[in-house]
Write a protein that binds this ligand. Structure first.
Ligand code: ADP
Ligand code: MG
Length: 247
């Protein structure tokens, strides 16, 4: 007794191979049209399931990343930049820095493309299968504060540790309470040599050091962030201003 395609698809669904179930009719048609071997067909089924699962996971990771806008590295105009080269950025895309738990730090004045590069690299990391979170420094501090008030700081940090790469945008001289700085320290400590962080900031770390000289919480944060990090100092005029002038 032979089953119908629908019935076979139902059995694949029963063992959670939903993509094979859904694509079965097409896969069969292709196999017949191309007269592929039984072995090639068996492989085509599993390849289809794996590819579809990967795509779904990547789409889900992209939603979870919380990028405020979609920026791609392909849209970045390196001619506008004199301090960083395309080669420097392209070199990062083997994602060894994530595997080695190194950090990237983009320092520069407003409008020079720090956030654009951070999002662009984050998007590429997601395509490569990594889990990424984008957060503004302010949003992060608020999130940690809320968790701390609820007595859930530890759980919140554990949740953040699940990402391979955490992008903290616009870390600067935020007016942070001592508690907020302490919470941030807890997070940086938890990510240190365990996950990668990308920071964008308009402040040089040397200036941070002076500013927080007597701060026993901030100095270790800065220390940990710059240890194992690639630092990109970005210069030039604001891209936004230039566009405005040309427009
Ligand atoms: P920053 O984070 O350094 O303040 P952004 O990354 O937000 O700057 O850049 C400001 C705007 O200008 C964004 O819309 C960004 O896409 C664009 N931009 C900045 N630099 C470049 C560049 N070199 N090529 C293309 N767009 C750029
Ligand atoms: Mg920015």
């Amino acid at each position: 007794m032979s089953l119908s395609i629908e019935q076979v698809a139902g059995r694949y669904r029963g063992i959670r191979c939903n993509h094979i179930a859904q694509g079965l009719a097409d896969l069969l048609r292709q196999a017949e049209a191309n007269e592929v071997s039984y072995l090639a067909f068996a492989e085509a089924l599993v390849v289809h399931e794996q590819q579809q699962r990967n795509q779904r996971r990547i789409a889900l990771n992209r939603r979870k990343a919380g990028f405020p806008v979609d920026k791609r590295l392909s849209e970045f105009d390196y001619r506008h930049q004199t301090t960083i080269t395309k080669r420097q950025i392209t070199q990062l895309l083997d994602f060894r820095f994530i595997d080695e738990r190194a950090n990237l730090i983009f320092i520069g004045p407003p409008g020079v493309g720090k956030t654009h590069l951070a999002i662009g690299i984050g998007q590429e990391a997601i395509d490569a299968g990594y889990k990424v979170l984008f957060t503004s420094a302010l949003g992060l501090v608020e999130k940690l504060e809320l968790a701390e008030i609820k007595g859930e700081l530890k759980q919140q940090i554990t949740a953040l540790q699940k990402f391979d790469l955490v992008i903290i945008d616009e870390l600067g001289y935020l007016p942070m309470s001592r508690q907020a700085r302490y919470n941030l320290f807890q997070l940086v400590n938890a990510l240190y040599e365990y996950r990668s962080v990308i920071i964008t900031t308009n402040k040089e770390f040397t200036a941070w050091g002076e500013f927080f000289q007597d701060d026993s919480v901030v100095v270790p944060i800065v220390d940990r962030l710059i240890h194992h990090s690639h630092i990109f100092i970005m210069g030039g005029e604001s891209y936004r201003l230039r566009q405005k002038r040309q427009g």
